[in-house]
Design a protein around this ligand. Structure first.
Ligand SMILES: [Zn+2]
Length: 427
């Protein structure tokens, strides 16, 4: 029962633990989650979604044998997998050498540098980690993958005219230059001579105030996010849109930090989480306008956070807030059956409704019949779960419900304001 995050299981030198940030799967998920039981292979799509490219390649390169065999401890430094004193001695010598080099400023100095200026920056943790990955040159840009012999060519897929180094991707590429030109971040100046990404980030850091540097970091992260979307999902974010999204994302983060500085429980710090591979999660909510008109918002997303369906419904019935929420749940289930989804998670912020769906005994009252309907319909799914979330993590469905309660006439496209929330939820 090897844990994906925290256990030593990757067959590579240096770090046997996964360094791709935890996401999607439960934090204590085991490696068996990543294996397709029927085909007895790695679940390639899942692995490629969850891990950084280089790490995904390492995982996919591990052969999977007979499932009935037990987990085994292997000694990485010997091809046989068995521990030998001889190989242990040479590992020890290597380590000593690395420490010596670090002391005299040799090639391993990055492990001894002080990164506290990054960890002190007021930005979301994943963006701090991103900056750190940039500065330690561990972001899996094509140039790095080429150097590690994972791929052969390192030409930037966006501009096609230079090798994709970190500094190219974030500053020199024509796409990045457009973003920075449109952004409100000062001190980011194109300089063809600049090669050292750490020096560049540090120079922006030294000139900017906390807010400017925060926005700089967030925009850099969005450039990387957009690059990955472009490569893996063949969809692109226009530079102007990127600047708008990044700006709103940063403002929302700052607001949540302000709210969290009050002594309330810190629940806004988390975020919406995507469902496991193969599942659809429908977030649902109900809202009521001043005239008593009820709006229901349903947002369906897949394991990578992409919106795969949505619905804004207006109801002209005098329902209680709890009954409106129960109706939202029923509509979510009907909508999902209509769409033909097999594995469903519905998620809402009304605890009593979620409890009622999960256990009829808890709510045999007025809403009992709606819950019964839901429970009967839920049997048509392969897998069905109802989960409770804090309101702060159900913003997309809530905003859609509010919009629906105004009698808004929806087109076939998800309204832009909701799309923005969905995008920032998924990153
Ligand atoms: Zn480029």
């Amino acid at each position: 029962m090897v844990k994906i995050w925290g256990d030593n299981w990757l067959p590579r030198s240096g770090a046997f633990r996964v360094s791709s940030p935890w996401n999607t799967l439960p934090r204590d998920a085991t490696v068996s989650f990543l294996i397709d039981d029927d085909l007895n292979t790695w679940n390639r799509e899942l692995v490629e979604t969850i891990f950084w490219e280089e790490e995904a390649q390492t995982i996919l390169s591990i052969p999977i044998g007979n499932r009935s065999s037990n987990d085994k401890l292997l000694w990485h430094h010997d091809r046989t997998g068995y521990f030998t004193v001889k190989t242990a001695y040479s590992v020890h010598q290597e380590k000593k050498k690395a420490i010596r080099e670090a002391e005299v400023g040799g090639p391993s100095t990055q492990f001894t540098r002080n990164w506290s200026w990054i960890w002190r920056t007021s930005i979301p943790p994943k963006i701090r980690l991103f900056l750190w990955n940039c500065c330690t040159r561990s972001l899996p840009v094509k140039e790095r993958l080429r150097d590690r012999k994972v791929i052969e060519d390192s030409i930037c897929v966006r501009c096609g005219c230079a090798s994709e180094s970190i500094i190219h991707c974030l500053l020199k590429c024509s796409y990045a230059r457009q973003v920075w030109a449109l952004s409100e971040v000062p001190f980011v100046v194109y300089n063809s001579e600049l090669e050292d990404v750490e020096a560049w980030i540090k120079s922006v850091h030294s000139k900017s105030d906390a807010k400017e540097f925060g926005l700089f970091a967030v925009i850099s992260w969005w450039i990387w996010f957009s690059r990955n979307k472009f490569i893996w999902k063949a969809s692109d974010i226009q530079p102007l849109t990127l600047c708008a999204f990044a700006g709103k994302f940063f403002t929302r983060f700052q607001q949540s930090m302000l709210r969290n500085s009050s002594p309330k429980p810190n629940r806004a710090l988390g975020s919406w989480s995507s469902p496991p591979n193969g599942y659809i999660k429908v977030n649902m909510d109900a809202a009521c306008n001043n005239d008593g008109v009820i709006g229901i918002g349903l947002i369906a997303r897949d394991c990578v956070g992409d919106c795969v369906g949505w619905r804004g419904i207006t109801i002209n019935l005098p329902l209680s807030p709890e009954a409106s929420e129960a109706m939202a749940a029923l509509r979510a289930v009907e909508f999902s059956l209509e769409k033909g989804w097999r594995n469903l998670i519905i998620e809402g912020d009304c605890l009593s409704v979620i409890q009622g769906i999960s256990d009829l005994k808890l709510s045999a009252g007025v809403l009992g019949s709606i819950f019964e309907d839901i429970i009967v319909l839920a049997k048509d799914f392969h897998s069905f779960k109802a989960l409770h979330v804090f309101r702060e993590h159900n913003v997309a469905a809530h905003s859609l419900a509010k919009l629906a309660s105004t009698g808004f006439v929806f087109s076939s496209l998800l309204p832009c304001s909701i799309l923005e929330i969905v995008l920032s939820d998924s990153c």
